[in-house]
Design a protein around this ligand. Structure first.
Ligand SMILES: [Zn+2]
Length: 287
């Protein structure tokens, strides 16, 4: 059997070409991939998710930030999350982080503010295409999925253009004792955009992350003027540009706090399965 071996030293384009080759039937030729190349000690991995805390910690009401946005930028200028006290929705693009407060207004976040939850990277797209005929968030998920070689890795996703419709939300900042996020979203504000130019920023995570991050698609919207936005609940779009960064690394940093040490963050057996389901349902309907 002929073996095609492609090392990552040939670059991302070659890796992607190899992936496409494999997808188009070349797998039968015995295409194999070189091991993932780790970075030099101390170097930042530009092709990794850098995640602050876990989604279950956020769901439990652990809203105290412990990583500054200045530090976050060292690990990438693209991604999403929230800010101290869960005071709105956060999105990062082109190295600038924005907070959309519960009035729907976007503010540039100073480097010394802190985040309790975020997932960011350096956005260097491996794949791009035009997306047409999206009538719902579920339709968006389905149409993007058709372009992906696997659902088992992380994808950073950027969608740019004029959106026929976007429904987004944000939440008000909380005071201690912090309520769980399921309570917070009962007081969320929702915003509708018709024909707004802007960008959606976010992730498609594999289903196996369910206790750590949101499985499936999670997108935040920011207008082209970068003055309004929110967490995307629903959308319709035509002729928008999708760019996707295949992301193979995952780094997570956890809070060094009594709240986190004492928090109940994992279940087992059926309970765990049920929480996984409810997390997804919560995401689809409210988050
Ligand atoms: Zn969100």
């Amino acid at each position: 059997m002929k073996t095609v071996r492609i090392s990552s030293r040939f670059g991302r384009a070659a890796m992607f070409a190899a992936a496409m080759l494999a997808l188009t039937g070349a797998a039968r030729w015995g295409v194999t991939f070189a091991p993932y190349q780790t970075q030099q000690p101390g170097a930042i991995d530009r092709d990794a998710v850098y995640q602050v805390s876990t989604i279950n910690a956020l769901l439990q009401g652990l809203y105290d930030g412990f990583i500054t946005f200045g530090e976050l930028k060292q690990h990438g200028g693209f991604g999403l999350g929230t800010i101290q006290a869960a005071d709105g929705e956060v999105m990062g693009i082109d190295g600038v982080y924005y907070q959309v407060t519960s009035d729907g207004v976007a503010h540039v976040i100073p480097d010394d503010r802190v985040t309790p939850f975020a997932a960011v990277t350096f956005f260097e797209p491996d794949l791009s295409f035009t997306l047409d005929g999206v009538e719902s968030f579920a339709g968006l998920e389905k149409k993007i999925d058709e372009h992906l070689p696997t659902t088992n890795i992380f994808y950073a996703i950027k969608i740019s253009g004029v959106f026929d419709y976007v429904r987004a939300r944000s939440v008000p900042g909380q005071q201690k004792p912090y309520p769980p996020l399921t309570e917070v979203v009962k007081h969320q504000s929702e915003f509708e955009f018709d024909g707004a130019e802007g960008v959606m920023i976010g992730w498609r995570c594999p289903s196996y992350v369910k206790d750590l991050n949101v499985p499936g698609y999670h997108l935040h919207f920011l207008t082209a003027a970068r003055d309004r936005g929110g967490h995307v609940l629903d959308a319709r779009m035509n002729g928008v540009r999708v760019e996707i960064d295949f992301t193979l690394g995952f780094e997570m940093i956890l809070p060094q706090s009594d709240e986190f040490y004492q928090a109940s963050l994992a279940g087992d057996g059926l309970d765990e399965v049920e929480r996984g389901k409810s997390t997804i349902r919560w995401y689809r309907e409210y988050h």
